[in-house]
Design a protein around this ligand. Structure first.
Ligand code: PEP
Length: 251
């Protein structure tokens, strides 16, 4: 039985004041005990969030890490070891905004995934196709290749300590959501691809859906057999909305 995970990606949002307000809102939510919950604030706000959610069932993660795990001369980057030292438990790797807007390659995503695990962080690997790729019938090919780059470089066992998020690029921040059936088809393909290497690992790994998840569509998406929770962007900036999404993932 896979424990659902709902993760909130706050992206490049927040000031000390708005983060304090969001934490306060989260503390007032009734959060389901059978759902794992995590938030990914900007690096500037990680300490504030950790302090604010202390005693709550909310883990904190980074939105990115450097390709090398250790500290070094790399201006502007944050090392996985620094995230771990700051109290993070997870880190996003390969978010489409980084792949597409910042040119992050599969090879870099592999290094970041490995860096995260070497520091004891759980990587949350994001994969997904653009609208153009979907319309060309290439969804499974694109997602499959993104996943394969990690499996072939690091092996299947690394997925015992990782989470996968399927995020169709066309659904991110657009208000468009993949239908539960469209999402399920890709989630099942991801699990089948992993099962080709290890059925045990594939059955245990959590695959989240991301792309305009909100309280109104969460239950339907999370009801699909291979959808184990959500990676939530915009709606995670509203504590009531995020709380409702977390509750939708519970039993
Ligand atoms: C995301 O960026 O990971 C995301 C899913 O964003 P949104 O929920 O706003 O579509």
């Amino acid at each position: 039985m896979r424990r659902p995970l709902v993760a909130g990606n706050w992206k490049m949002h927040g000031t000390r004041a708005s983060v304090a307000e969001l934490i306060n809102g989260l503390r007032q939510q009734v959060l389901p005990a059978d759902v794992e919950i995590a938030v990914f604030p900007s690096c500037l706000h990680i300490a504030q969030v950790l302090q604010g959610v202390a005693g709550q069932v909310v883990a904190v993660g980074g939105q990115n890490c450097a390709v090398d795990p250790g500290q070094g001369a790399l201006t502007g980057e944050v090392a996985a070891s620094q995230l771990q030292d700051a109290g993070c438990a997870l880190v996003l790797v390969g978010h489409s905004e980084r792949r597409l807007l910042l040119g992050e390659t599969d090879a870099e995503v592999v290094c970041k995934f490995a860096a995260a695990q070497s520091c004891g962080l759980t990587p949350l690997l994001c994969v997904g196709e653009t609208l153009e790729q979907r319309e060309a019938g290439k969804t499974l090919e694109v997602v499959g290749a993104q996943l394969a780059s990690v499996v072939s470089a690091l092996g299947i066992e690394v997925f015992t300590r990782a989470v996968v998020a399927y995020e169709p690029v066309w659904a991110i921040g657009s208000g468009l959501t993949a239908s539960p059936e469209q999402a399920q088809q890709v989630h099942a393909a991801i699990r089948a691809q992993l099962a080709g290497h290890s059925v045990e690992v594939a059955c245990a790994v959590r695959i989240l859906y991301g792309g305009s998840v909100k309280a109104a569509n969460a239950a339907e998406l999370f009801g699909m057999p291979d959808i184990d929770g959500g990676l939530v962007g915009g709606a995670s900036l509203n504590a009531d909305e995020f709380g409702a999404i977390c509750r939708a993932a519970g039993n």
